[in-house]
Ligand binder design. Structure first.
Ligand code: COA
Length: 85
């Protein structure tokens, strides 16, 4: 449900490799596309997904609500077509 890399080893390509393994697994399971949501205020994740070929196909306004009642953050809905092997 959540893709994450330890803070001490971020920026070394692990996120990209994890994502590619997920794509391989999804392809092997017969999926034709991947969809996900990402916080609009998460530049690292947005860059990761854009670099992997995801495109924005929707917007969920105020999707992420903070537990302390602070302001809500939009979710971008992203999609990537999985090319056949
Ligand atoms: C998002 C996350 C998984 C990226 O993992 P990572 O191992 O650091 O990513 P990579 O090193 O593979 O980098 C992938 C791309 O994102 C870019 N990127 C990484 N961190 C970035 C940052 N802080 N700001 C901008 N771009 C960033 C890299 O430059 C790379 O782009 P490139 O292919 O054009 O060079 C990691 O930052 C993380 O675990 N964040 C907290 C959890 C989270 O937000 N998960 C996503 C939930 S939707």
């Amino acid at each position: 449900m959540t893709l994450a890399v330890g803070p001490q080893v971020r920026g070394r390509g692990w996120g990209s490799r994890l994502l590619e393994r997920l794509h391989d697994h999804a392809r092997d399971s017969g999926a034709g596309a991947m969809m996900l949501e990402v916080r609009a205020d998460n530049p690292a994740a947005r860059h990761l997904y854009a670099a992997a070929g995801y495109e924005q196909v929707g917007l969920r306004r105020g999707y992420y609500r903070s537990a302390d009642g602070g302001s809500a953050v939009d979710a971008l809905v992203l999609r990537k077509e999985l090319s056949l092997p």
